[in-house]
Design a protein around this ligand. Structure first.
Ligand SMILES: CC(C)(COP(=O)(O)OP(=O)(O)OC[C@H]1O[C@@H](n2cnc3c(N)ncnc32)[C@H](O)[C@@H]1OP(=O)(O)O)[C@@H](O)C(=O)NCCC(=O)NCCS
Length: 315
């Protein structure tokens, strides 16, 4: 397939590090130095599905396509207000499409997993045009009295329209179960028969373990896509990495021995918006005109599970 159009949508509320230090024992200096985040977009009165629909419409517009031309919609999402119906079905109605749709939860690597599903359906001859939307509100998962987690995240939606083409060169996915590193429990409704103890626990994270996993997984995934295509890191024009921590991005850059200008970032004013990071960054770079036709782009993301993946595609 090829990426024919991109779009994104953000909540209007911008929360700066200084605003966080008004109610948390933290500082702009600490957050900037340890994470690279300066501000983030946080949902206030918006509904996540509306941001997802807006991002999808912009991606269709950018691709010069209408919703009726879509054969499949995949939405990557970890959490939203609906348990059911799935977000992709709400997006389908919102944009006026009629095709089948599916939600996936692959944490921050969801966009890459979704593209792999789209590409596989395409190769099997099942679809031609696929809309992939990542819509995430991780700020609703964290404990806002926990300075170790809530400062990291922001909300938003990013989308891409995939159409027939030969531009996706390689995709590699991985997973390794490590459920005590990054997790959250939600309380389900009680029944008269529940006898086990149940708890509601906001997002818990072993930050340093996640950091180490992220650097290792991204290095490995990117090496695998490069090897698959028989190219070296120098031949890639842009590296679009999951925007979890600027120090993780720098560590991956150092591992690949590549110059900083190949690594566009937006973590500074977005934070980590889970699986939306990659498509939002892709859309921003696209709209800034950063990519030239024929540029080789490597995208890599990692997240809870652990799961991770990387794609190599030609613009
Ligand atoms: C979370 C993360 C930023 C913490 O950075 P770190 O350098 O590992 O910091 P540590 O956890 O060792 O904490 C160092 C100190 O800073 C403190 N600290 C943590 N968060 C703080 C904050 N927001 N403000 C001020 N101090 C903070 C800690 O309490 C600790 O203090 P102590 O030494 O007195 O106990 C970093 O580990 C990270 O980014 N991990 C990966 C997270 C990630 O990517 N998650 C999403 C994956 S999709």
């Amino acid at each position: 397939m090829k990426i024919a159009g991109t779009g994104s949508a953000l909540p209007k509320k911008v929360v700066t590090n200084d605003m966080l230090s008004e109610f948390l024992d933290t500082s702009d200096e600490w957050i900037r130095a340890r994470t690279g985040v300066v501000s983030r977009y946080v949902i206030s009165d918006e509904k996540l599905e509306d941001l997802a629909i807006e991002a999808a419409k912009k991606a269709l517009d950018n691709a010069g396509m209408t919703a009726s031309q879509l054969d499949f919609i995949i939405c990557s999402n970890v959490v939203n207000e609906y348990v059911t119906p799935q977000l992709s079905c709400i997006i389908q109605g919102g944009i006026g499409a009629t095709c089948p749709c599916i939600d996936i939860n692959c944490a921050c690597a969801g966009f890459i997993y979704a593209v792999e599903i789209a590409e596989s359906f395409y190769k099997a001859g099942r679809v031609k045009n696929v809309l992939v939307v990542s819509a995430e509100e991780p700020t609703r998962m964290t404990d806002w009295t926990d300075r170790r987690t809530c400062v990291l995240f922001g909300d938003g939606a990013g989308a891409a329209v995939l159409t027939p083409g030969d531009n996706i060169k390689s995709i590699k996915l991985s997973a390794s179960s490590a459920t005590d590193k990054l997790w959250q429990y939600r309380l389900l409704h009680p029944t008269p028969y529940i006898t086990k103890e149940e708890v509601d626990v906001p997002l818990q994270m072993k930050g340093q373990d996640v950091f180490k996993f992220a650097v290792k997984a991204a290095g490995k995934d990117i090496s695998r896509i490069l090897k698959d295509m028989g190219i070296n890191a120098d031949e890639v024009d842009h590296y679009l990495l999951h925007q979890a921590n600027i120090r993780i991005i720098h560590a991956i850059r150092d591992y690949l021995e590549q110059p900083q200008e190949k690594f566009p970032t937006n973590i500074e004013n977005h934070g980590n918006s889970s699986s939306s990071c990659c498509p939002i960054l892709l859309d921003e770079c696209n709209r800034k005109g950063l990519f030239k036709s024929g540029d080789l782009i490597a995208m890599s993301a990692f997240g809870a599970g652990f799961v991770s993946g990387a794609i190599l595609f030609e613009w």
